[in-house]
Design a protein around this ligand. Sequence first.
Ligand code: ATP
Ligand code: MG
Length: 288
Amino acid sequence: MTTTDLQDGSRMTPRPRVTVEPRVDPAHDPMDVHPDGKPHSMEVRNVFKSFGSFDVLKGLNLNFQDDAITTVLGPSGTGKSVLIKHLVGLLEPDDGEVLIFGQDLWKIPTAERYEIRQKMGVLFQDGALFGSMNLFDNTAFPLRKHTEKSEDEIREIVMQRLTEVGLDRSWSKYPNEVSGGMRKRAGFARALVMDPKIVFFDEPDSGLDPVRTSLLNDLILEMHAEHKGTYLLVTHDIRTARKVSDYVGVIWKGQVVHYSKAEEAFNSDIPFVRQFLAGESAGPLGMD
Ligand SMILES: Nc1ncnc2c1ncn2[C@@H]1O[C@H](COP(=O)(O)OP(=O)(O)OP(=O)(O)O)[C@@H](O)[C@H]1O
Ligand SMILES: [Mg+2]
């Protein structure tokens, strides 16, 4: 290792560079086959994605366990939101396959892709509500757009979902009249209104205080217990990950470097995974 003499007379010894080999617990190989031989609801196979000369996903593999909550963690800018956009069919991979219910999203006609998308619910970071609609109309929007249901049927479903997320008495409020936590819950109600088989949460806890984060996590667990479904949650909050996850995937440098049951991930001896899940500054991960 070389030591550099700095202009002010001091000397700097660079930190050693540590490389981490991607490692996936063989007991939970994301490329494994579903125990009953059926396809997983969601599979990502060797997906590559670049924006210009910037490579984001570099051969990412992940088989999501059905009816489980999988949390994906990883440093900022590592491609977590890009992964969700691939799974929702908003981004097309440069190479590799994104399979939903066994179908490659980009080998089927566009109309079929849209049909599959209707079986998915997405809770975006800020709830992504329409500012010009009250919480009722926001929640009713997918039903009015994609189904032939009558207004009576829609009212029943929407009020049930709003009740589940504790917003039944706030149905007439507009997004700018409610708190961030309420907007998230309304976004959650809307994400679930079509009875999706797959639900995505992109940083559901961002912008929430610890108590509201904890309450939202309880709600995620309750709704999952009630409605089942394959949930993918992206978060930076280790407490959220500990609380809600059945499985944990860790993405680094465009690949899944760890994927296992949650308790195994939190007991991992892989330096990067340990550092990341413990939120420590010492380890292979630096600011770069
Ligand atoms: N449409 C796009 N065009 C160009 N670059 C993009 C696009 N979408 C994402 N990127 C880049 O891809 C990288 C991964 O972005 P992504 O949003 O997936 O990160 P992330 O892991 O979700 O980060 P964070 O934890 O901060 O939300 C970033 O460097 C981002 O700038
Ligand atoms: Mg993101």
